[in-house]
Design a protein around this ligand. Structure first.
Ligand code: SIN
Ligand code: FE2
Length: 205
């Protein structure tokens, strides 16, 4: 593992190919039950370029009317989110190093042209817990900076199977995805990239 900045820990090749295929099979099941939806920006209603779904007790959603939030049900089907695959909980325990379980796993799908502008993950009540990110499929150019907007940033490539932890002083680091580099992985027949971010949402009692 490599500490890219204080609290920002990179685990290249965290999942080998077999583990990636296994996790992908879980994702397919999750998406069958909880289809990818297109989130929209608060107020403007502009569509995100990623599509998303979630698993776990809570899921992150966003729409024009009610903005960013966590909720227990899929915004289109109204069903509870599918449960966490055990491998996700294992990764949280292994690299997250936090005493309480995660409550949400946001699953973003990036088609070739999708991107994610610089932002902080701050819709959670508990910033003591890290955010654990897992990547599958095509390589992306991931950008990160400090905790103030407009500060200096760096980029790294995140490859299929890589894990990244935003914890401690990096928990509120600005981050985003400049672009996906098409055709860099053979994992997804449809191309593109999945990113899973595991989060603790509520403060443990
Ligand atoms: C996110 O910040 O929600 C996603 C980051 C990534 O796709 O690597
Ligand atoms: Fe994020």
């Amino acid at each position: 593992m490599i500490e890219l900045a204080s609290g920002l820990i990179y685990y290249p090749e965290y999942f080998d190919r077999v583990a990636q295929e296994n996790l992908l099979a879980h994702l397919r099941d999750i998406i069958r039950a909880a289809p990818l939806f297109t989130p929209r920006m608060p107020r403007t209603g502009k569509a995100f370029s990623v599509r998303m779904t979630n698993c776990g007790p809570l899921g992150w959603v966003s729409d024009q009317e009610r903005g960013y939030r966590y909720q227990a049900t899929h915004p289109e089907t109204g069903e509870p989110w599918p449960r966490f695959p055990p491998e996700i909980l294992a990764a949280w325990g292994d690299v997250g190093k936090y005493a309480h379980p995660p409550e949400a796993c946001l699953i973003n799908y990036y088609a070739s042209a999708a991107r994610m502008s610089l932002h902080q993950d701050r819709d959670e009540a508990d910033f003591a817990a890290p955010v654990v990110s897992l990547s599958l499929g095509d390589t992306c150019l991931f950008r990160f900076g400090g905790t103030t907007r407009g500060g200096p940033t760096r980029s790294i490539k995140l490859l299929s199977g890589d894990a990244l932890v935003l914890g401690g002083p990096a928990r509120l680091a600005f981050h985003g995805v400049d672009r996906v580099i098409p055709g860099t992985s053979t994992l997804l027949p449809e191309r593109g990239r999945f990113n899973l971010t595991l989060r603790r949402v509520t403060r443990p009692a």
